[in-house]
Write a protein that binds this ligand. Structure first.
Ligand code: SF4
Ligand code: SF4
Length: 199
């Protein structure tokens, strides 16, 4: 099972944005694995730890009872034509299968992070959607979360939650801004933004 012992490092660089005015409150949740215990996808931004399995097919013997197929909780693994196949559409990158093949066909897995945007919980509920990229460094995650906060400050309307901003502007637009856009941080920080939280 994936653990993210160094994950608290995320919070330190983001603390500098703690007192910045935003159009509404902004919640960030971090979960160590896709089991979703703290429901990161029901927050303005949610980070979920990932471990992407990397099978070494030359070592796969196509066993009658594949241990990976047996243990995968979402049935993403199977044996086809004598080799292990992991369906990328189903695998949620929980990492549970890494090191579990007795013949060492799956000893490696890359650690990473998935970022959800636009979730919320409370009077209104919205399920966040994941950005299409799997992030592989903490710095990338920090930069993207910071960008999301600054983007909300820049394009959010006073009184609306980030979920509403994403719905109003469209997920694809916001995703493109977060993954490819450049934000003039200094200009955004100079803006006068009136917070509109009405809990
Ligand atoms: S992944 Fe391992 S357990 Fe599964 S079929 Fe291949 S060798 Fe056998
Ligand atoms: S990482 Fe998790 S979901 Fe993906 S194949 Fe392995 S056990 Fe299944």
């Amino acid at each position: 099972m994936l653990t993210l012992r160094r994950f608290p490092l995320l919070y330190t660089p983001l603390r500098r944005l703690a007192n910045v005015s935003l159009p509404h409150k902004f919640k960030l949740a971090v979960g160590g694995c896709p089991n979703n215990c703290v429901k990161p996808n029901l927050n303005d931004v949610g980070v979920i730890g990932q471990r992407l399995p990397e099978p070494e097919l030359s070592k796969c013997r196509g066993c009658k009872v594949c241990q990976i197929e047996k243990l995968c909780p979402v049935k993403a693994a199977s044996v086809k034509d004598g080799k292990l196949v992991i369906d990328p559409e189903i695998c949620n990158h929980c990492g549970r299968c890494v090191t579990k093949c007795p013949f060492h066909a799956l000893d490696e897995g890359t650690y990473g992070y998935k970022i959800y945007i636009g979730g919320r919980w409370g009077k209104k509920v919205a399920e966040g959607r994941p950005l299409s990229k799997i992030f592989t460094t903490e710095q990338e995650v920090i930069d993207t979360v910071e960008k999301a906060i600054l983007f909300f400050r820049d394009e959010g309307i006073s009184g609306e939650r980030f979920a509403d901003t994403v719905a109003r502007l469209g997920f694809d637009y916001v995703e493109d801004k977060l993954l490819n856009g450049k934000l003039d941080k200094e200009a955004v920080m100079k803006k006068t933004v009136v917070g509109g939280a009405t809990c």
